[in-house]
Design a protein around this ligand. Structure first.
Ligand code: NDP
Ligand code: MG
Length: 389
């Protein structure tokens, strides 16, 4: 690269955020961090701002922002944005080459659309955003001819496998799934899984929400919908296989019968580094797969009785253009209620299903109607009594 790539990192204090910072720190000549955000963790954000000398900072939680201002946590040389509009303002007023979207939830939709409008490439870890607003994001990407680089490991694998091939010859993609924290729990005991148990992922170290989503496989459901938008696929072209080792991150199957896969150890550093340097490659000091050792890889079709959230994702795809938005928002509320111990683990798919079947959607499809459906779904899912479903 001729000059340092300017990066804005939304969600700098999270799991993907800290993996991204590690890479930026390793290649100081190649990257310059020009903007960062967190929601509440102002001390951690201030530490990052100081280490990387970041000029523009956003704290999206209003009260965290007020406390940070009062306590003068951030250097007065940095520009500080706070509250609901902070992410949008950060993007609007900062020049960058690439936006890394590593926050949870759907709050990044409008800042990401703004970044595309400004011509930044997007490195996307956040899947909720495409599940909610995939048509708007992909249309904006096409209009502005910027890159949409998937960090989510499965989609990053598919992106790499498709490279240099003609996508018209694609038969299907096969997303791998670890099976999550409860993959060996007898099905009749799933109802007693606690939030603590659901947060213990066997292979990956990730944020709390995505780890619980892995246990229900709502994460794979979101990834099915994410793949539909990223690679413009029909639902029947997207398949899932259970792969407990999490070494193969996904497969691409061609019409001539051959199958390509991408492999690396279960660490997000490989996908993030791929996106940050794309289309170049750099050495990664993390150990890769060692073919001097024996190892085996296993694959099996997932049991839909154990993972009803998977089938519901295909239902959501049939309910386009709003199915993804409903699936995502219902799941987010169900997970919050599960973490608050209001509902059981096995109530999560029940809430998604009932919500998908009952939310009224309009005939029009605008950004405003999409955001209304998102809010209506949240209100609906919040008041459902799973005992009556
Ligand atoms: P974490 O929970 O570790 O981090 C979330 C980040 O988002 C934090 O910086 C947090 O700030 C910020 N945040 C939380 N709530 C809000 C909000 N309401 N508005 C704005 N920012 C907010 O999440 P992960 O890093 O695990 O995941 C980030 C995204 O990447 C998710 O969409 C996830 O699905 C996706 N992803 C993650 C993978 C992983 O390995 N972790 C793998 C593939 C995809 P604060 O710290 O202040 O709360
Ligand atoms: Mg993934």
């Amino acid at each position: 690269m001729d000059k340092a790539k300017r990066i804005i990192l939304l969600g700098a204090t999270g799991s993907i955020g800290s993996n991204t910072l590690e890479i930026i720190q390793r290649f100081p000549e190649d990257f310059q961090l020009v903007g960062i955000s967190a929601h509440k963790k102002c001390q951690a954000l201030a530490q990052i701002a100081e280490t990387f000398q970041v000029p523009s900072i956003a704290l999206s939680d209003e009260s965290a922002y007020q406390s940070a201002v009062e306590a003068k946590i951030f250097s007065k040389d940095s520009k500080l944005y706070g509250g609901d509009q902070a992410l949008h303002q950060l993007i609007e007023e900062t020049q960058a080459d690439i936006l890394v979207v590593a926050i949870v939830g759907t709050h990044a939709l409008s800042p990401t659309l703004k970044a595309i409008e400004k011509g930044f490439d997007i490195a996307l870890a956040n899947k909720e955003l495409l599940v909610l607003g995939g048509s708007f994001v992909t249309q904006a990407i096409q209009e502005k001819q910027v890159r949409l680089l998937p960090i989510d490991s499965e989609h990053n694998a598919i992106f790499q496998c498709l490279h240099g091939n003609n996508t018209k010859d694609l038969k299907s993609i096969i997303l791998t799934a670890s099976g999550g924290a409860c993959r060996d729990t007898p099905i009749d005991q799933l109802q007693d899984i606690t939030p603590h148990q659901a947060k213990q992922h066997p292979n990956w170290s990730m944020g709390a929400k995505i780890t619980i989503d892995s246990a229900t496989m709502a994460n794979k459901g979101l990834e099915i919908i994410e793949a539909r938008w990223l690679f413009d696929l029909e639902p029947h072209q997207i398949k899932v296989t259970l792969h407990p080792e999490s070494i193969v991150h996904s497969f691409v199957q061609w019409i001539d019968g051959s199958v390509l896969a991408q492999l690396s150890p279960p660490s997000m550093t490989f996908a993030i580094q791929h996106c940050l340097f794309y289309p170049d490659k750099r050495a990664n000091p993390k150990p890769s797969i060692d073919f001097d050792e024996s190892f085996s890889l296993n694959f099996a079709p997932p049991d839909l009785k154990r993972y009803p959230c998977l089938e519901l994702a295909y239902q959501a795809l049939k309910q386009e253009p709003y199915g993804g938005a409903i699936y995502n928002a219902a799941n987010e509320i169900a997970v919050q209620r599960f973490v608050a111990e209001e509902i059981r683990f096995t109530d999560i798919p029940k809430i998604i299903e009932h919500t998908l079947n009952n939310i009224q959607t309009p005939n029009t499809h605008t950004l405003a109607s999409l955001l209304k459906i998102d809010q209506d779904t949240r209100d609906f899912a919040q008041q459902l009594d799973p005992k009556k479903l």
